[in-house]
Design a protein around this ligand. Sequence first.
Ligand SMILES: *Cc1c(COP(=O)(O)O)cnc(C)c1O
Length: 749
Amino acid sequence: MDKLEYLNKLRALQTEGKSVKELYNKISSMAMALGMSGGVKPAVKTACYFSMEFLIGRSFYNNLAALGVLRETADILAGKGIDINVFEEIEDAALGNGGLGRLAACFMDSAAGLGIPLTGYGIRYKYGLFKQAIINGRQVELPDDWQQFGDPWSVRGEDKKRIIRFADMSVTAVPYDMPVFGKRVNILRLWQAEGSKEAQKISEYLYPADDTQEGKILRLRQEYFFSAASIGELIETHVKRHGKNFYNFAEFNAIQLNDTHPVLAIAEFIRILTSKYKVAFQAALDIARNTFSYTNHTVLPEALECWNATLVRKILPDIYFVLIKISFKQREELRMRGCPDDLAAKMAIYFSDTFSMANLAVYVGKTVNGVAKLHTEILKSNLFAAAFKYYPQKFCNITNGITQRRWLMLCNRELSALIDGAIGTGWREDISLLSGLKGHESSLAGEFMQVKRKKKEELFAFLEKSEGIRIPDGFLVFSQVKRLHEYKRQLMTAFALVELYQGIKSGKIKNFHPSVFIFGGKSAPSYKRAKSIIKYINDIAGKINGDKDVKDILKVVYVHNYNVSSAEKIMAGTDVSLQVSTAGLEASGTGNMKFMMNGAVTCGTMDGANIEIVDLAGMENNYIFGARIEQIDKLKREGYDPSAVLTDCPECKNAVQTLIDGTFDPTAAAGYKELYASLIKGASWHAPDNYFVLYDLQDYVKTLLRINADYEDGRSFALKQLKNVSASAYFSSDRTIKEYAGKIWGLKV
Ligand SMILES: *Cc1c(COP(=O)(O)O)cnc(C)c1O
């Protein structure tokens, strides 16, 4: 099918009496036929992206846009009396938790867009990330049955099934191929587990947390399941094309491990080469060391995966022996190089009945990369310092990015049109041209302000519909949307809000420009403290929104079920992006980049990619506050007393006291006491105020007030925003994926 045929078929489509679901499936399958008409072109070398998560979002609009038929489809449907926006009722494919999964989806989009051969491998969860309802201010988790609308964008590979063996059961892995359209068609291959009831469980649920250890055995099975299915297929394909000579395997394949979740793939690769093809162990290890590369995404100790060796031995005995052998080889190698025991211990793959997936990935990985400059520096100086000493050449930085196709062209057509008008449409193909906007900002400021106003109106309409809260025109929009985690410090924003509210009430804060604070984000179901923070924010929202003294000045909205589709609206309609993690803890962030590309200024700490954002867009066009990483390190070394902060600052104290003084939650059922104790006394293994919320709070409040005052000069604020847009090309995942292709995968770009 070609484009003309597609459009003719669409014109002829009988739409009367058809449900949205029927139309969605019909039009999607026509678009699939159009997209697949050229097939998937073979490539000499293909990169493979192994990831436990792909947070895809909605495919409908994105795919029609990639195929170049979105506008015409909208027009033809409009002629039939159908608004293309009706398909917004189709739910997101949320096969990921947050940033890491969304990054994988952006990479697939960019590789296809640029014509780089990249195959994604993951799991086709029956239920993706839970749907979040907010009931009485609390998070309630509901199952995410994303396939209820059908799955017209996948093709089941009946002939490509594989058997995956565990000690106690066998599971059939059935691939579902999702094409990714662009300059070339790439495939995202998601494996579904079939067989016994136990077998099916493996692909039933997305592991609902990216930072806690739970349901360990099932998690282990999931990781091995998709790694083994993918490796098995890659080796089989290699043997078919190139015979049983594996020395050239890395000439044709590069495998990128997205965090530690797929690291068992290394052991499976060596297992198959040594047991099935009788390759010598050392040779197999050497081939693996040319093939695999590892991306680290976090320095939080609780998120660095370790497996209990006894458990691995029970469920995957062959893999256990391969891991032990790799660990032995590593120790031998380090001993030969004169590595002292204490450093060797830091790099150990196997210790006290535990396998460290990160240490395995660092040892075998051809490269190890962090996802922003600061993060990579922390890997080298801290988390993997010992390995950096012995294998410095492995380490490199590749700063994350986001796809401008979804995060600008699709979600902000108005801003895209403004850019077209100023510099032509070339940037849509070659994002580096976006920097051509530089120097034109002041002539575009007026037009930009109109675009922002329109996107804010759309966002406010969405908020009114989904949350029932009406925001009056002219409000300044602050947004903090991301997974709920203590290190991201939504609690600090909550305290800042209480201070602003109290200051406005008492008359201490004057001439405050009316502002709305938008929050959104899910907490891991078992993460009690994060859930208390959600409840606290909702309590604050209730209080502020219900107070008629401030109703024309301050509003707070908690957007329930934050996902890719709501993100698209929030990014476009925001003025100020809140990125306030404790310095050193946000590896990169990608939400910050989406906001920037849509012309929001960043109010943030010197953390993750914020540093590179202000580097490129100018300190003067953003709002940086809070302790730098050196200060945080110093406080950790020399001791930090959060109570002293409260003693010195009555406003802080009053805000924090609302956790325990009965302002909210008079029945004390929300866990606020525990939250308070975690700040003042410390809790479990955490030091008091482990994330330095109170330390940075006053500087944060001051910065918010400074932003608020600056906004009075609408034009100069718009100029700052536009300067962020014109500096944002670097944060396109097109740039990121080109770096992976060139520096790591050895692909021509
Ligand atoms: C971009 C994105 C994220 C990551 O946001 P951060 O602010 O970088 O943590 C998480 N969830 C969704 C739905 C996203 O689109």
